[in-house]
Design a protein around this ligand. Structure first.
Ligand SMILES: NC(=O)c1ccc[n+]([C@@H]2O[C@H](COP(=O)([O-])OP(=O)(O)OC[C@H]3O[C@@H](n4cnc5c(N)ncnc54)[C@H](O)[C@@H]3O)[C@@H](O)[C@H]2O)c1
Length: 372
């Protein structure tokens, strides 16, 4: 079987996670051939060389364009800030490479469409980094919903709370600037929540949203000047799914105390499911059919009976972590390339999510419901 060669761009938080996944995927999933960590790019040559040595890449460069053009590279993994995703993905697609791009796919839906269309035209395999919906327990939730274990679906509540910008002293960064980040909490956190909601209940057809910036300005560390924050800290909304179900979203990057609070509840006429990424090995299920006086949420612990878990660990309840979700994502990409079929969640999903985000921004501006 062919060994695919990967070029990785960006070695921050998520670049490291991609690297760990690429090193581990062959050992965890024997169905795919371990990829080769061929070349790594970062902003400057010296930093890239240091990261390549530390992260097990054979070569390095301070110029991502050189990586994308490199004939030895089959797959480009994009782990740079949001504003670079479009340009890097388009260049990689033009060079005929398969692309694994971090979320959000682009800065807005028009850009995301350009990237998704280019990938579809070129026929390259593409994947967006929506790791949370790769959780084996989310697959369990999907199959329970599909099997009717919850009865008729009555509603959805989703939140994604983090507190990385709760402190007003957190300095100004690329995340505060529209031309670099696009939207704020909505793009960074909301993109994951929208992907999760649609993975569970199908497409969202309309939204009503309000956005808020709670810390209006922040200090630029290099100059000491104070600059206005250009995007929102909080996004709240009502959603309607095409299947005729309503729901609500609450998204915040200033939610003090929450570190990775991506949580959802799906309410059904016969039961409910509840999940919180901070307890990512637990799916809570309430069954209305339980005996009166004995009803209550039970906890289903992740175990080898659930899709993919057994590849990591033969024992239930021992638990997976965020890097394991990235390994599952890498497997999804490599298997799709080997089989010559689309990967999931692909750029089509990235585009859908971006359209919902754009609609939430337009709803805030118009004070009205917006159809997707
Ligand atoms: N899937 C997830 O759960 C998840 C988690 C965190 C971040 N992300 C996404 O990953 C992306 C990166 O976020 P991060 O937190 O890793 O950021 P980061 O700031 O930690 O890392 C960004 C990296 O990109 C590099 N970079 C910047 N400009 C570059 C250029 N011109 N050429 C080459 N490299 C360049 C930086 O030097 C750094 O190594 C963002 O789009 C973010 O939304 C996804």
């Amino acid at each position: 079987m062919k060994q695919y060669r990967v070029g990785l761009i960006g070695t921050g938080f998520i670049g490291r996670a991609h690297s760990i996944a690429l090193q581990g995927v062959g050992a965890v999933f024997p169905e795919v051939t371990a990829p080769v960590c061929e070349i790594l790019a970062d902003r400057d040559a010296a930093g890239a060389a240091r990261s390549a040595a530390a992260m097990g890449f054979a070569r390095s460069t301070g110029d991502w364009r050189q990586l994308v053009r490199d004939p030895a590279v089959d797959i480009v993994s994009i782990c740079s800030p949001n504003y670079l995703h479009r340009e890097m993905a388009l260049a990689a697609i033009a060079a005929g490479k398969h692309v694994w791009c971090e979320k959000p796919l682009a800065l807005d839906a028009a850009e995301a469409r350009e990237v998704a269309d280019a990938a579809a035209r070129a026929g390259v395999v593409n994947l967006v980094g929506f790791n949370y919906s790769c959780n084996p327990l989310v697959r369990v939730a999907q199959s329970m919903i599909a099997a009717g274990d919850l009865g008729r679906i009555l509603g959805f509540n989703g939140r994604y709370f983090e507190d990385y910008m709760a402190d007003p002293a957190v300095p100004y960064s690329w995340r505060c600037e529209r031309r670099f980040a696009g939207a704020g909490a909505l793009a960074d956190l909301g993109s994951h929540l929208i992907d999760m909601a649609e993975a569970l209940l199908g497409p969202i057809e309309s939204v009503f949203a309000r956005l808020e910036t709670l810390h209006g300005s922040r200090r630029v560390p290099a100059t000491g000047e104070t600059r206005p924050v250009e995007n929102e800290d909080v996004a709240r909304g009502l959603v309607r799914f095409s299947r005729g179900v309503g729901g609500s979203f609450d998204i915040s990057r200033v939610a003090t105390g929450f570190k990775c609070g991506l949580a959802f509840t799906v309410f059904g006429s016969a039961g409910s499911l509840s999940f919180d990424q901070e307890r990512m090995n637990e799916l809570r299920f309430y069954a209305g059919a339980d005996a009166t006086g004995r009803r209550g949420f039970r906890t289903i612990l992740a175990g080898p009976e659930h899709p993919d878990y057994g590849h990591f660990c033969p024992a239930p309840g021992h638990g997976l972590g965020i890097n394991d979700l990235k390994v599952i994502e890498a497997r999804n990409l490599l298997r799709a390339i080997a089989d010559g079929r689309p990967a999931h969640p692909g750029f089509d999903v990235g585009l859908r999510v971006q359209r919902v985000m754009d609609a939430m921004e337009r709803s805030h501006a118009a004070g009205a419901w917006i159809d997707i």
